[in-house]
Design a protein around this ligand. Structure first.
Ligand SMILES: NC(=O)c1ccc[n+]([C@@H]2O[C@H](COP(=O)([O-])OP(=O)(O)OC[C@H]3O[C@@H](n4cnc5c(N)ncnc54)[C@H](O)[C@@H]3O)[C@@H](O)[C@H]2O)c1
Length: 312
């Protein structure tokens, strides 16, 4: 028995080079045709090219997820070209930001709009297209570990990801009568594995990203330096944090999302799926063994075979 999305059409929003592109590639590798959305053209082009390089079929679906007319427009384009949408992955979000003492009203409003209105509008119009055609589809909303617990320095992100989690349960109830499933997926600081992104970060002298390094710090933008300020996070050496070693990669997320969108998951709705090596299950007072003492997970089943020559 093989998981197959053959004959299905997927729309992925926010196909930036990290998670969005990884999930879009996975859905294509499992057989779906994939429409790639973003508010910027360059991530869309790169994602479409990555899917086609891997032998899949993709189209561009450009537009701002918070603009109702644009959402209806690109969903209409996908329906015109491929006649149906079976899978929606609400992934577009604004990461980063600042803490409650420092965040601006403008950023807070925009970040919440992208997740709240963006997820709502895409779910509304894709679900309508599914219901009209009798398609028993699957909708996946990207949450975050910061939607369940939180960190200092990301007040808008924490607010909107917390909202995503209950949006999923409510939409799952609305759409259950139509056989349409709605679930969240929680990425937990995956280590980027898109060869183009990894090469680009290396050229810029940056680490690959994710939480590979053992120094503290983590998320959150700059704060003020008034004399009354107190540090909000530990900045020294960290104890090991992940029971199995790594939190995974966008490829791990892609395999799990593809399965969640397959017919094997036919009765799974209103849940959250997490791939994180046990990070979120961990009690706050327990530090796992050192990575070098762990057996580690099974080897990753790679989806992107881009030759190193391509990424320079
Ligand atoms: N990277 C992580 O460590 C991490 C951890 C947990 C959850 N997540 C979640 O996973 C998802 C993807 O994360 P990522 O790291 O790949 O993010 P990213 O910033 O690399 O990509 C997000 C993409 O969304 C696009 N976007 C932003 N606003 C948009 C709009 N209004 N309309 C259309 N597109 C828009 C951006 O242009 C970008 O290409 C997000 O929902 C994020 O919250 C990420």
């Amino acid at each position: 028995m093989e998981i197959s999305l053959e004959g299905k059409v997927a729309l992925v929003t926010g196909t930036g080079p990290n998670i969005g592109s990884g999930v879009a590639l996975a859905l294509a590798k499992y057989g779906a045709k994939v429409a790639c959305n973003d508010v910027d053209d360059s991530p869309i082009k790169a994602c479409v090219a990555r899917i086609e390089r891997g032998g899949g079929e993709a189209m561009a679906a450009p537009g701002d997820v918070t603009d109702e007319a644009a959402v209806q427009g690109y969903i209409g384009d996908v329906l015109e070209r491929w006649g149906r949408i079976d899978i929606l992955v609400n992934n577009a979000a604004l990461l980063g930001g600042r803490g409650v003492l420092d965040e601006s009203a403008e950023f807070f409003e925009r970040a919440v709009r992208v997740s709240a209105l963006g997820y709502f509008l895409n779910t509304k119009y894709v679900a309508r297209s599914m219901a009209e055609r009798g398609i028993k589809g699957s909708i996946v909303c990207m949450s975050s570990s910061n939607g369940w617990t939180s960190s200092a320095g990301i007040i808008a992100y924490a607010f909107n990801k917390g909202g995503v989690n209950n949006f999923v349960r409510a939409a799952a109830m609305d759409l259950a009568p139509y056989g349409i499933r709605v679930n969240s997926f929680t990425p937990t600081a995956p280590n980027p594995d898109n060869p183009e992104l990894v090469a680009e970060r290396a050229r810029a002298g940056l680490s690959p990203g994710g939480i590979l390094n053992q120094r503290g710090g983590g998320l959150g933008g700059p704060t003020g330096d008034e004399p009354w300020r107190r540090p909000v996070r530990w900045s020294g050496q960290r104890a090991p944090m992940i029971p199995m070693g790594p939190t995974g990669t966008p490829t791990d997320i892609g395999h799990a999302v593809a399965w969640l969108c397959s017919d094997y998951a036919r009765l799974i709705t209103g849940i959250d799926l997490v791939v994180d090596g046990g990070a979120r299950a961990k009690n706050f007072a327990y530090a796992p063994a050192a990575p070098e003492d762990l057996a580690g997970p099974l080897p990753l089943i790679v989806l992107d075979e881009t030759p190193p020559a391509y990424t320079g």
